[in-house]
Write a protein that binds this ligand. Structure first.
Ligand SMILES: Cc1ncc(COP(=O)(O)O)c(C=O)c1O
Length: 411
């Protein structure tokens, strides 16, 4: 996939040098996040997996790095900064501006979640709600920048933003050497461009792999087309990666320096969020779990290799976590919903409950619908939701119920 021409090589070199300067500013105002070996995910994947925890970064994502360096670079020419974002870039720019003593205006689409709006205000920004989609918010932000003489901070297609994101790679390489593969989630491509520029300079043999949601495959499609193309974006849990077109700069760097781009499904993303939480005690948002999702689903060859996966952010709504957990638990057979028609006789419910209990199934909810016209005569519809130790146990319970004359379906 690599077609590094001389210009791109020079550009990468410049970004690397800028990343060294960015490191000074970033380390003053942001955290050096931990890089830890994960024995669970190593066992599950067959590699030696290390996670870089940018979900523990200030504002909950790596985005503050690029924002800090860019705000630092424009601070003498502009009296304030403006950005458009519904997510992590909003919080990153707000925090960076406050840290460096500049006012900020963040334009967020009217559909932005209340929690993100509040968090952005909490970091001291003036929030303007405008437009239905990101493009409208960006247009408005550019107008405000023009009117007020503020600098517009692009979320990814800017060499200083990219250099700021590259400081993640400097930290990784400070903590670990001989890295075979680094796996990075990809939205507009700012993060992977910064990481690739630093790695190609300091650790050129490390393979750089990008991960996109199957529902937003802008780099996959653009690399195929040989130029940045716009893709149709379908809803994805990895909303931070739901960009419809690569930047011109990021496309150049990615086509020149990145070794491989893979896509992950919504189920793979959901499973990775769930496993990070259950096994790793780590709260990641969809975008933040994408790199691990690619590794666990076997899309990146990590067998016997030393691999670093970026957990790029942890800003996820509690309601989304709830839905994901239920889905994850259901997928693992840890919570099951079953439904069937059973004889409407005294003792039936008790008998069924005791069969479930004998396999350590713990009933959460019972819906007993005697008015269901679908049920045969003298039968009632019974839906039971229960917690179980595993999917095998759920299957055993279903067989055992059937042996006693109760036919249930797993919903
Ligand atoms: C948590 C998280 N991870 C990854 C990305 C992708 O970063 P980039 O747009 O620089 O590719 C984003 C972008 O917003 C993000 O919020």
């Amino acid at each position: 996939m690599q077609t590094t021409d001389e210009d791109t090589r020079r550009l990468a070199e410049e970004i690397y040098l800028e990343a060294l300067k960015a490191r000074e500013i970033v380390s003053r105002h942001a955290r050096k996040t931990p890089l830890d070996h994960s024995s669970t995910f190593s066992r599950m994947s067959g590699g030696h997996v290390y996670l870089k925890y940018e979900n523990l970064q200030k504002t909950g994502s790596f985005k503050i790095r690029g924002a800090l360096y860019k705000v630092y670079r424009v601070r003498s020419q502009a009296s304030g900064v403006v950005a458009a974002s519904a997510g992590n870039h909003a919080q990153g720019v707000a925090y960076a501006a406050r840290s460096l003593g500049l006012p900020s205006i963040i334009v967020m689409p009217e559909t932005a979640s209340i929690s993100k709006v509040e968090a952005t205000r909490g970091y001291g920004a003036q929030v303007v709600l405008y437009g239905k989609i990101y493009d409208e918010a960006e247009q408005k932000a550019r107008e405000i920048a023009e009117e007020k003489g503020y600098a517009f901070i692009h979320p990814f297609d800017d060499p200083h933003v990219i250099a700021g994101q590259g400081t993640v790679a400097l930290e990784i390489l400070e903590d670990l050497s001989d890295i075979d593969v680094v796996v990075v989630p990809v939205g507009g491509g700012g993060l992977i461009s910064g990481i690739a520029a630093v790695f190609k300079k300091l650790s050129p043999s490390t393979r750089i792999v990008g991960v996109e949601p199957e529902n937003a495959p802008k780099f996959t499609e653009s690399l195929r087309a040989g130029k940045p193309v716009t893709v149709e974006v379908r809803p994805t849990i990895a909303d931070g990666l739901a960009t419809k077109k690569p930047g011109n700069l990021t496309f150049r760097i990615v086509s020149g320096l990145v070794d491989k781009m893979v896509t992950v499904t919504e189920d793979e993303l959901a499973k990775a969020i769930y496993l990070l939480l259950e096994r790793g005690k780590v709260l990641a948002e969809g975008a933040g779990a994408a790199a691990l999702a690619a590794i666990l689903s076997g899309k990146v060859d990590v067998e016997g290799k030393r691999v670093v996966a970026l957990v790029s952010g942890g800003n996820i709504d509690l309601t989304a976590i709830y839905r994901l957990l239920i889905r994850g638990l259901a997928g693992a057979g840890r919570i099951a919903a079953i439904q069937g028609h059973v004889p409407d006789l005294p003792g039936t419910l008790a008998k069924i409950a005791s069969i479930i209990a004998s396999y350590r199934g713990n009933i959460v909810e019972v819906i007993h619908d005697r008015a269901d016209m679908e049920a045969p005569a003298w039968h009632t519809t019974l839906k039971i939701i229960f917690e179980a130790p595993s999917l095998e146990t759920v299957e055993t319970i279903l067989k055992e119920l059937e042996r006693h004359g109760y036919r249930f379906q797993l919903l």
